[in-house]
Write a protein that binds this ligand. Structure first.
Ligand code: FES
Length: 107
C-alpha cells in the first residue's frame, strides 16, 4: 500500500492510498482523480496518463523501458527527466509518499 499525492495542473491535491500491484494510473482512475485520462486502459499505447514526477522521486522509480520512452514523445510537453506514464508505474510499499503532477492537458 502506498500513499500517493496527485496534484492537478491547477494545484489541487488528491492524496489516496493505492494497493500494491495496481498502477499509479489505476489509483487515479479508481479514485476519480481528474487529469489522467488513460485512453488505452494501461497498454502503454496512448500517453494520456502522463505526469511529472516530483524531483525527489525521479531516481527512486524504476527506469523507463523503450516503449514508455517512445510513447512519451507523444505526450503534451514531456520533461526529459520527470515525465512518466503512470500506467507503467507499479505500486508497492517502495512508492509510499510518491508525488506526481498532471500536465496542463493530455493529448
Ligand atoms: S494509459 Fe495509455 S499509455 Fe498509459
Amino acid at each position: 500500500m502506498a500513499k500517493i499525492t496527485y496534484i492537478e495542473h491547477g494545484g489541487k491535491e488528491h492524496v489516496v492510498e493505492v494497493a500494491n500491484g495496481m498502477t499509479v494510473m489505476e489509483g487515479a482512475r479508481d479514485n476519480g482523480i481528474p487529469g489522467i485520462e488513460a485512453d488505452c486502459g494501461g497498454a502503454c499505447a496512448c500517453s494520456t496518463c502522463h505526469v511529472y514526477v516530483a524531483p525527489e522521486w525521479v531516481e527512486k522509480l524504476p527506469e523507463r523501458d523503450a516503449m514508455e520512452e517512445d510513447m512519451l514523445d507523444f505526450a503534451y510537453e514531456p520533461d526529459p527527466t520527470r515525465s512518466r506514464l503512470t500506467c507503467q508505474l507499479k505500486v508497492s510499499d517502495a512508492l509510499d509518499g510518491l508525488v506526481v503532477q498532471m500536465p496542463e492537458k493530455q493529448i
